[in-house]
Design a protein around this ligand. Structure first.
Ligand code: CP3
Length: 345
């Protein structure tokens, strides 16, 4: 078995030669070669230039030896193409025209994947450049997380605007979520058509929802996105943060792999999800600031708790810009080395 197979096999719960590993935001500001590209072009331009998106997608594959590549883009790119302007500032994204009433929701267009042809071109270029060294992950935001950005107008701490819409004008919230679900279904299907071999749905803010509200406003729409994928379906990873209260419901979206953040032990998560549900995670991104021997202990602990199959090693959220590159490289090496010993036991 080779580096090319282990990630796809783990997504299906099949035996592997060693635990596959990749890192959320693996092409990002902690990498000096990414910074070099970014010093020449803005973030959104980088997303819209398939040649540059291909270059930065490959950087961590070469530098870290990870077992999957992830399309370089952002969850807000298709939202912009639906008609909501997006500004990417240093403090994160902002949407200067928040979508809070009926007419704003009705003005949003259901995504035509051709309007983000640069993303599909990037997928094709990346696949060609990878020449099957490792599989390519496509992605989108989940309807709820995207609706949060649209209604809040950016990131949020309290999520008061999206929740106010959900609780005071539920029919409008549902109309917005349905538009986003239709759009993301088409978007991911188009990425798969262009060559994405796995897709990850980022429901980064799902953890702000009470379970009852996740069931009403998030789960059915994520399920709708997954059901829009062509058969035979590529593996789908569902990811969110602070989701320890929602794990079974994340699984019930129909996703094949459930992402787990570091706020719960991954064996506890697996026991809750039941046998045969592959998981991805779950090292605290800040563990990469530990001295190497402590990092090794934490990595081993995740591997031991997760078990030798149906586990994709990852951080519990994106890698942070000040992370030392050597620490990320060490993490990948430790996973492969210890994972190999475990797989052969
Ligand atoms: O994982 C990867 O390497 C692929 C690329 C990727 C980016 N964003 C690049 C990016 C992916 C998968 C995303 C998804 C994304 N974008 C999410 C879901 C994942 C998560 O972290 O929960 C969210 C919530 C966003 C929205 C977003 N985009 C935020 C909050 C920020 C600012 C925070 C930050 O880390 O800078 C961005 C900007 C962004 N997206 C950057 C990158 C590399 C940094 C932009 C820069 O180069 O200045």
């Amino acid at each position: 078995m080779s580096r090319a197979d282990r990630f796809l096999r783990a997504c299906r719960g099949l035996p592997v030669d060693t635990t596959p590993v990749w890192i959320m935001r693996q092409a990002g500001r902690y990498l000096p070669e990414y910074q070099a590209v970014r010093s020449r072009v803005g973030f959104l331009e980088l997303c819209k230039r398939p040649d540059l998106a291909t270059e930065v997608t490959l950087q961590p594959v070469d530098r870290l030896g990870v077992d999957a590549a992830i399309l370089f883009s952002d969850i807000l790119i298709p939202v912009e193409a639906m008609g909501a302007p997006v500004i990417m500032g240093d403090a994160g994204p902002s949407l200067p025209e928040p979508v809070r009433d009926e007419s704003a929701i009705d003005r949003l267009r259901v995504l035509e994947p051709e309007s983000v042809g640069f993303v599909l071109d990037a997928v094709r270029m990346i696949r060609a450049a990878l020449s099957d060294q490792v599989p390519l992950i496509g992605f989108s935001g989940a309807p709820f997380t995207l609706a949060s950005y649209l209604v809040e107008g950016g990131g949020s701490k309290s999520f008061i605007e999206i929740k106010r819409l959900m609780f005071q004008r539920p029919e409008l919230a549902h109309r917005l979520l349905d538009k986003l679900a239709k759009s993301m279904g088409r978007y991911l299907a188009a990425q798969v058509g262009a060559g994405a071999q796995v897709v990850q749905i980022f429901d980064s803010w799902a953890g702000v929802l009470a379970p009852e509200d996740y069931e009403t406003f998030a789960l059915p729409y994520t399920r709708q996105v997954i059901e829009a994928l062509p058969a035979p379906r590529v593996p789908v990873i569902i990811f969110g943060t602070e989701t320890a209260g929602l794990l079974e419901r994340l699984r019930d979206t129909g996703a094949d792999v459930v992402g787990v953040d570091w706020r719960i032990e991954i064996d506890v998560a697996r026991a809750r999800l039941g046998p045969g549900v592959p998981v991805q995670g779950n090292l605290d991104p800040c563990a990469l600031f530990l001295p190497r021997e402590h990092l090794a202990r934490r990595v081993e602990d995740v591997l031991r708790r997760a078990g030798p199959s149906g586990h994709i090693f990852n951080l519990g959220h994106g890698i942070l810009p000040p992370t030392p590159v050597d620490s990320a490289i060490a993490m990948v090496d430790i996973v492969h080395e210890r994972g190999r010993a475990r797989a052969s036991q």
